[in-house]
Write a protein that binds this ligand. Structure first.
Ligand code: SF4
Length: 609
């Protein structure tokens, strides 16, 4: 269907020309699902945008050809390219909320594509749009066709995006992280829908994702990208049976899962190199446990090691390539299993906890009702244990965490009790409440938004100590900060830097260091790894686990990532619509879920094994 040869894309930036895609060569067959995988910044999305010639103004395709049925679309004039987009190749973007037009009804957005690329007009185009809404499983399509995007849920918006992408019946659909923004149950529905539509129409699907479990459930072939290059390409079953490139093997080792409980995850040291430089050797050399001298002197070529399996690594260029590269050979150190913390004493006790947000109406803003975000939740947490609070978005997980830490008391009605070390949190005010904040801290989901961009790291870390630990002298404070940085794996010279100078993983380490600075006994961790790549996630999870083993910190871990839950949690509480529907030890909930909702959540999780 599509032959991409030596595709090279450059982006002009302040720090020089960035080669986002470097000599990418691939072919896509009719009716297959081809997955392009890799961590952020490896060039996956730039490849997709290059194929559709939708690059930002500063980007250009500087070399290569994109052969679609004999036509090099990289050279087509823009006017003819418009006939390709939507009609021959279309795209489903990652974030349905921002990729739909907010001021057009969804029906109009689908009809626009139909009228642009097919002979249908007026009522016929409208009927066709209605048919697409039906096919992608939108309930009450006759009513929904007149809705604006804000009136639909996240899953429904992504279904509309799929309808728009398929409305002109293209031969190739690019799905760029189509389910990353969605909950597991909606993700499972969308992936099933894509599979069904693909089989029914024999279309080619280029699936771009960082989620290896999604790839395993969907793809026929896989290409792994790193630093703008394809470093491994194989049939999916071969790739998952024996990944060859050291980076691939290490990515598998870094995935949290049940079988790795009590062991440190394999971590990949360092970060992806900046792409505004000329490389003299292997781009992975600085992070590779198997690097040799000549890896740094000459860039390895993509080398076919067996039918349909090629890899860019010198280990496989000689006859003796058979030695399989395992994650544990590459830094996946293991530690003793987590000691079982018997829940003998209670650190946090939550009883019949409710957080209701008032609905106000009218000139006088009278309260006419309540949104019951959390409704009658009870649980307890012992020192040194991790309770995972799981559920879909909107189930009330984050509200529980914020409510307990008294971050919502000014805009919500709170009922029930939350007791920390025997003290009722809701009755505390002023200095007494501040003293409790020393015991309980929070790590927010977004490491980019949770650090003050105008403060240096030393001020960010010292602020809490200065206000909550008055007995600590300035000299002791500095000592504590240096010890903390060492603890979270950052160098002392970062103290004078600002947050924007750090990567996402480093910022999340800073956020964890800030929480630890006051030596808390409870940390509410609100999706602390959801914005991070697998390798950085492994570093953060290892760190959290080490801290728990050494300091006995308890975690209320809020997440929708079941891999993390299986790996880290001692106990699990499942939330649905503001209520706890199931709670128990991790083993019991994961192996014998009792509630239908828990069962459906677990069934929807894509798995590697
Ligand atoms: Fe590691 Fe060398 Fe292979 Fe690169 S070429 S992945 S540095 S062994």
């Amino acid at each position: 269907m599509l032959r991409i040869e030596n595709l090279t894309t450059d982006i002009a930036t302040d720090s020089g020309l960035v080669r986002a895609v470097d000599a990418l060569t691939l072919t896509l067959e009719r009716g297959e699902t081809f997955a392009l995988v890799g961590e952020s910044g490896c060039g996956k999305s730039m490849t997709a945008l290059s194929l559709l010639r939708l690059l930002p103004d500063s980007g250009r395709i500087s070399a290569g050809c994109i052969d679609l049925d004999g036509t090099d679309i990289a050279q087509l004039p823009e006017a003819r390219m418009r006939d390709v987009r939507g009609k021959r190749i279309s795209i489903i973007f990652q974030e349905p909320g921002t990729s739909l037009n907010p001021v057009m009804t969804v029906g109009r957005q689908i009809t626009e594509v139909i009228e642009r690329h097919t002979p249908l007009r007026g009522t016929a185009a409208h009927a066709q749009a209605l048919d697409w809404l039906q096919r992608v499983g939108i309930p009450e399509p006759e009513r929904r066709i007149h809705n604006y995007p804000f009136q639909l849920s996240g899953g429904q918006k992504q279904r509309v995006m799929i309808a728009i992408a398929l409305a002109a019946e293209p031969q190739i659909v690019i799905a760029d992280e189509p389910t990353t923004a969605l909950d597991v149950t909606i993700q499972a529905q969308i992936l099933d829908l894509l599979k069904e539509l693909q089989a029914a129409r024999n279309m080619t699907l280029l699936l771009i994702t960082h989620d290896l479990a999604v790839v395993k459930s969907m793809a026929h072939r896989v290409a792994l990208m790193y630093a703008g290059q394809v470093i491994e390409v194989a049939d999916a079953k071969d790739f998952f049976a024996q990944p060859l490139h050291p980076y691939a093997a290490n990515l598998f080792g870094a995935l949290p899962e049940f079988s790795k409980r009590g062991h440190a995850l394999a971590s990949i040291p360092g970060t992806v190199p900046p792409l505004n430089q000329a490389f003299t050797g292997c781009r992975f050399a600085e992070r590779c446990g198997s690097a040799m001298e000549h890896c740094r002197n000459a860039p390895p070529e993509l080398h076919t090691v067996r039918a349909n399996h090629a890899v860019r690594c010198v280990l496989y260029q000689d006859a003796g390539y058979e030695v399989p590269v395992q994650a544990q050979d590459l830094g996946g150190d293991t530690t003793a299993p987590t000691p079982a913390h018997a829940p003998t004493e209670t650190l946090l006790e939550v009883r019949d906890y409710c957080v209701w947000f008032p609905i106000r109406k009218g000139l006088l803003q009278r309260t006419v009702g309540y949104v019951k975000a959390v409704d009658g939740v009870s649980f307890s947490l012992a020192p040194g244990r991790t309770l995972a609070l799981v559920g879909e978005s909107g189930s009330g997980k984050t509200t529980v965490g914020k409510g307990i830490l008294q971050l919502l008391r000014h805009n919500a009605h709170i009922r029930g009790t939350a007791t920390l070390q025997g003290q009722s949190l809701h009755q505390l005010q002023g200095a007494a409440l501040r003293r409790v904040r020393r015991t309980a801290q929070i790590v927010f989901q977004d490491p980019f938004a949770s650090l003050n961009p105008r403060m240096r790291v030393q001020d960010i870390l010292a602020e809490g100590v200065a206000s909550l630990c008055p007995e600590v002298t300035a000299a002791q404070r500095t000592q504590r900060l240096l010890a903390l940085l060492d603890r979270v794996g950052l160098r002392p010279d970062v103290l004078t830097r600002y947050p924007h100078e750090f990567s996402g993983g480093q910022r999340q380490r800073l956020a964890i260091a800030r929480a630890l600075a006051v030596e808390p006994q409870l940390i509410v961790a609100d999706e602390p790894t959801s914005a991070l790549d697998v390798s950085v996630q492994a570093q953060i999870l290892n760190l959290l686990q080490e801290l728990q083993q050494e300091l006995g910190v308890a975690y209320l871990f809020i997440t929708h990532n079941f891999g993390v839950v299986e790996y880290l949690a001692h106990d699990i509480a499942v939330m649905q619509n503001g209520r706890l529907v199931e709670m128990g030890t991790a083993d019991a909930v994961l192996s014998h879920p009792q509630h239908d909702y828990t069962r459906s959540l677990l069934a929807a999780v894509p798995r590697l094994h």
